[in-house]
Ligand binder design. Structure first.
Ligand SMILES: Nc1ncnc2c1ncn2[C@@H]1O[C@H](COP(=O)(O)OP(=O)(O)OP(=O)(O)O)[C@@H](O)[C@H]1O
Ligand SMILES: [Mg+2]
Length: 294
């Protein structure tokens, strides 16, 4: 069953506040907000001529892609097309044989995945990556790690200050739990959660990192319709409320067509389409490789 955007909108209207204000304050503290004239124009992330192969198999060939400020960009394409590989190249998990990745005009192709995450390119994984033995709230607090302003020694020496800092970090994390409507499982061990809630917790961890760009690899895969609508709602809320650009790999074409500003299509490691949902729907190459005739 495909997601019905009208249900998503209805649920969004019923909710009187987004929460996330503490997180938004953190993100906006040292950031210039996109100006209206930059929305959909200024390039935030650029992938230039990326080629990567694994033992003779070309996973990506000369792929170019731009993410602009304020955009929600979807990446679609058949299984094995190279979508996850592209996210892995952007986030520093794979090194391309050719080409470069730029974040706000800075070349980051050879930065470590750790450094890229600290710069604010935060992601979720197709196969969930969380501390399965920790609770939801502790996984989210763990995501705050790069932003915690004290170390153990200072914690011992300036105890009251460190206590305040800890309380602040906890409040930001609780805010994320509330936003994702996970209060009922906040203390549950992640490994025992149903799949949909684990994916939701992973989104929470990515948020805790204070993203400047969010990369989501199939955030709705394996979920029932209700859970998918919830995730779609959270993604739209995050995009609007935190004003961050988002890249989302997704197979649910209903959601993609309804919420993406732009869609890029990969097939056998080649980019075969890039445009608005309307343009993609009519692109003959995309129709024959992926969408199929109606
Ligand atoms: N680490 C790796 N070693 C070898 N081959 C790899 C590796 N990562 C990806 N590949 C290969 O690269 C190709 C693209 O894989 P990728 O995971 O990027 O596809 P995808 O578009 O994300 O597919 P799906 O929709 O199934 O998630 C596949 O043929 C895959 O087997
Ligand atoms: Mg994939």
């Amino acid at each position: 069953m495909a997601v019905d955007i009208r249900n998503v909108t209805k649920k969004r209207e019923q909710r009187y506040s987004y929460g996330l204000t503490l997180l938004r304050d953190c993100i906006e503290k040292d950031r210039v907000l996109p100006r209206d004239e930059d929305i959909f124009k200024k390039t935030i992330l650029k992938v230039e001529d990326i080629t990567i192969n694994f033992g003779g198999l070309n996973a990506l060939t000369d792929v170019n892609l731009e993410l602009r400020d304020g955009e929600l960009l979807a990446i679609i394409g058949p299984n094995g097309a190279g979508k996850t590989t592209l996210l892995n190249v952007i986030s520093g998990f794979y090194r391309p044989q050719q080409g470069d990745v730029y974040f706000q005009d800075k070349k980051i192709t050879h930065y470590s995945s750790h450094r890229i995450a600290e710069m604010g390119i935060c992601r979720t994984f197709q196969n969930i990556a969380l501390y399965t033995g920790l609770s939801v709230i502790d996984n989210i607090i763990a995501g705050r790690h790069p932003h915690i302003r004290y170390n153990f020694l200072i914690g011992m020496l300036y105890f009251p200050w460190a206590r305040r800092e800890e309380a602040r970090q906890r409040a930001i994390s609780e805010d994320i739990v509330d936003f994702l409507e996970m209060e009922h499982v906040r203390n549950t061990t992640v490994g025992t959660l149903a799949y949909g809630l684990r994916k939701r917790a992973e989104l929470g961890r990515a948020l805790a990192l204070e993203p400047r760009v969010l990369l989501l690899d199939e955030p709705m895969a394996g979920m029932n319709l209700d859970e998918k609508e919830d995730i779609a709602r959270f993604i739209i809320d995050i995009h609007e409320f935190l004003s961050i650009p988002i890249v989302m790999i997704e197979h649910d074409m209903g959601v993609v067509m309804d919420i993406a500003d732009r869609i890029a299509v990969l097939d056998f490691g080649l980019k075969i389409g890039d445009g608005t949902p309307e343009e993609i729907r009519k692109n003959p190459k995309v129709v024959s490789a992926y969408l199929g005739e109606e």
